[in-house]
Design a protein around this ligand. Structure first.
Ligand SMILES: *[C@@H]1O[C@H](CO)[C@@H](O)[C@H](O)[C@H]1NC(C)=O
Ligand SMILES: *[C@@H]1O[C@H](CO)[C@@H](O)[C@H](O)[C@H]1NC(C)=O
Ligand SMILES: *[C@@H]1O[C@H](CO)[C@@H](O)[C@H](O)[C@H]1NC(C)=O
Length: 520
């Protein structure tokens, strides 16, 4: 009886209580957007001015009607706009230079107003499990003399990680502030929490880092933030920023030429990365290397379009990995899965012998890239199988969904793209310019089969692309086989395409069993 009363009161409260939301103080090195402001239920959030687009980040309780007002500050009025993903049930109205709408769920959005640069909204669900400073398993980096002013490179963050590692299960807490850090290695059963308003920044100076590999075209590189190998239970989480300072880093020349993958979990299991904003990578932003049973969720990867090879998230030689609710903006591929030969160039620091890439899911993602949005390749040195891209969106890409089997002789099989909405296509990365392309791209470094079990299902290609997508094998042992197209909607057609012509796909040679099987 007593319990029942409490439950009733609680649910009454729940019905009337308001949601909450929180913005994060703009780190001192960034400036406010000159073009946009954003209010959540009347409160201004912190915008950030950036190259190519501006952005804002905040968290909100879900399930309430929360009002968002975006103001195009330097425009007389809003004459045209789009809110991506266009498929979301967001109904906006324009009032002068304000765009007003309600969101019940937090979404990552790309807002295009008039001919202005884009405004990217990084709205997350409210944070849960925030570590408590003062708790016995929480190690504050400031207690390890970390410099939070960015005046000089600081060893305090690694010192806190090493101290925490002596008590497995501990969390290293990075409070708001600017931290210039060298290579960080996260230890077994240790977590790194980045509070909203904190920034870990790459210095851009080669001498501050360990050279771990050399890439033939880009020179020496490092894994900036990585894990020890043979570890388990490591987490990187919070609403802070990891800033690769990539544009400046890549400007270095001669002996100072340098680049870094920013976050590289390598040789680890049960790894989780959640909530963090990752920006301005000089090379692949998040590179998942020989990892098992891991998740990557609520990540905002904001790379620049004027830095090449800055892929969003690359999964190499890993198994049972889930990528969910991630936005990746980059010049190079947004989301891709790759395998590469042993101890060659970038794989020199790989902890183990080459492994297949298997059981990988990309779910509820948003891509904006000049290259491929959702891709397998270019390396297929080890088998890639059971990889699914689903419930995801493309704001803009050179190619929407694709396999570019360019290096290696292993197979890519059991690959699915389903429930994908491709809004815009442009450019022609590597000569391809299509909503989908599946081809063996022979450059004398191996060739291998694509298929069986390739499925493209329920895809909306609002643009068909400037060129036909290829279905092209290389020889009798490197064929494209067993590919099914199901319910592909081209250029806003209400009915799925029933011919390869309508799909704008071209079958050239060495292919078999390519089918269109619609259910609608
Ligand atoms: C925004 O305001 C509305 C109306 O007062 C309220 O119901 C909702 O909970 C608020 N949302 C958040 C996330 O605070
Ligand atoms: C991942 O695979 C790609 C090939 O597609 C390769 O270029 C890269 O070197 C691999 N990643 C790392 C960290 O080596
Ligand atoms: C891979 O695809 C083949 C051919 O479509 C299918 O028979 C097989 O069950 C699939 N395997 C897995 C693990 O999904």
């Amino acid at each position: 009886m007593f319990l029942k009363t409490i439950v009733t009161v609680a649910s009454l409260l729940a019905a009337t209580v308001q949601g909450g939301y929180v913005g994060y103080p703009r780190p001192s090195i960034y400036s406010k957007s000159a073009h946009f402001s954003l209010k959540v239920n009347g409160t201004d959030m912190y915008t950030v001015s950036y190259a190519g687009y501006d952005y804002v980040q905040f968290s909100m309780d879900e399930g309430y009607d929360t009002e968002i007002i975006i103001e195009a500050r330097d425009q007389a009025s809003i004459n045209s706009y789009t809110i991506t993903p266009q498929a979301l049930p967001i109904k906006a109205r324009v009032d002068g230079k304000k765009l007003i709408f309600k969101m019940k769920k937090a979404h990552y959005l790309i807002v295009k107003i008039n001919s202005m640069k884009e405004f990217v909204v990084g709205a997350d669900p409210s944070e849960t499990n925030v570590p408590k400073l003062g708790a016995s398993n929480v190690f504050n980096v400031l207690d390890y003399k970390a410099d939070n002013t960015g005046a000089a490179i600081t060893a305090g963050v690694q010192a806190a990680i090493d101290a925490a590692a002596k008590r497995p299960g501990s969390i290293v807490y990075v409070p708001p502030g600017l931290y210039l850090v060298g290579n960080l290695v996260i230890r077994d059963r240790t977590s790194l929490y980045l509070a909203g308003g904190s920034v870990l920044r790459f210095t851009g100076k080669k001498s501050d880092y360990k050279v771990m590999y050399t890439k033939s075209d880009l020179g020496d590189g490092t894994w900036w933030i990585s894990t020890d190998k043979d570890t388990t239970g490591i987490k990187i989480f919070g609403r802070g920023t990891i800033d690769g300072n990539g544009y400046n880093t890549r400007k270095n020349t001669g002996a100072d030429k340098f680049m870094a993958s920013m976050v590289v979990p390598a040789g680890t299991k049960d790894f989780h990365m959640d909530g963090v904003l990752v920006r301005d990578s000089s090379f692949w932003a998040v590179n998942v290397v020989q990892v098992q049973d891991s998740t990557f969720t609520n990540l905002k990867i904001f790379d620049r379009f004027d830095v090449t090879q800055d892929d969003g998230i690359d999964i190499n030689e890993s198994s049972n990995v889930k990528v969910r609710r991630v936005i990746a903006i980059a010049n190079d591929d947004s989301f891709s899965a790759k395998t590469w030969p042993y101890k060659t160039g970038t794989t020199v620091p790989f902890p183990y012998q080459p492994r297949p890439n298997n059981k990988i899911w990309f779910d509820d993602c948003l891509a904006w890239t000049l290259c491929y949005a959702y891709k397998i390749g270019e390396g297929v040195w080890e088998e890639q199988s059971e990889i699914t891209f689903q419930n995801s969106y493309v704001y803009y890409a050179g190619v929407g969904c694709g396999i570019n089997h360019k290096y290696g002789s292993a197979s890519a099989r059991n690959i699915t793209w389903q429930n994908i909405d491709i809004e815009r296509l442009g450019g022609s990365p590597g000569g391809q310019a299509a909503w989908a392309t599946l081809y063996v791209n022979f450059v004398k470094q191996g060739a291998g089969p694509i298929g069986p079990g390739i499925l493209l299902k329920n895809i909306k290609a609002r643009m068909k692309g400037k060129q036909r997508g290829l279905i092209q094998g290389y020889d009798a042992s490197s064929t494209i086989s067993d590919v099914t197209f199901t319910d592909i909607y081209m250029e806003n057609s209400p009915n799925p395409a029933t011919s390869f012509d309508a799909l704008n796909m071209e079958r050239t040679n060495f292919y078999s069993n390519i089918n269109i099987k619609n259910t609608k």
